[in-house]
Ligand binder design. Structure first.
Ligand code: DHK
Length: 144
């Protein structure tokens, strides 16, 4: 069995579709999970969301032993969590940092990602469709 792609989502993303749809769009988290699974085809996907930093770190630790790649939207933790950055440093495989919005075109507080310092690649601004793009790209990265 191939090691799964871990898709990890941070705080408030459980409210996608209802949360500021003018910014984050109308797709729900369930829609986004479907996008990932469709794009992954037969490759296994572990898809999770938490509002807790500690839970996300525990899932990153799980992925270190069990996962082929990590796609992560850390949401607001992106800019403040050295703990998530440090956990990702331990991951041996490819990491794609994902943001629904183009964080670099938003307010300055969204401009300095700690996760970008350890990510293989960053996708930002494609909306929820970015998850499809990230999953397709991750399939190629883990096959390389
Ligand atoms: C999602 C969030 O919740 C924000 O805190 C980030 C990110 C942007 C996104 O675009 O997916 O800053």
């Amino acid at each position: 069995m191939a090691k799964p792609i871990y898709v990890l989502n941070g705080p408030n993303l459980n409210r996608l579709g209802k949360r500021e749809p003018e910014i984050y769009g109308k797709a729900t988290l369930a829609d986004v999970e479907n996008y990932c699974r469709e794009a992954a085809g037969s490759h296994p996907v572990v898809f999770r969301q938490s509002n807790s930093e500690a839970q996300i770190i525990d899932w990153i630790h799980e992925a270190i032993d069990e996962g082929a790649g990590i796609i992560i939207n850390p949401a607001a933790f992106t800019f403040v969590s050295m703990a998530i950055m440090d956990a990702l440093k331990m991951f041996p495989g490819p990491i794609i940092e994902l943001h629904i919005t183009n964080i670099h075109r938003r307010e300055p507080m969204y401009h300095n990602s700690l996760v970008s310092k350890v990510a293989t690649a960053v996708i930002a601004g494609l909306g929820a469709d970015g998850y499809r793009t990230a999953t397709s790209a991750m399939l190629r990265l883990i096959a390389a």
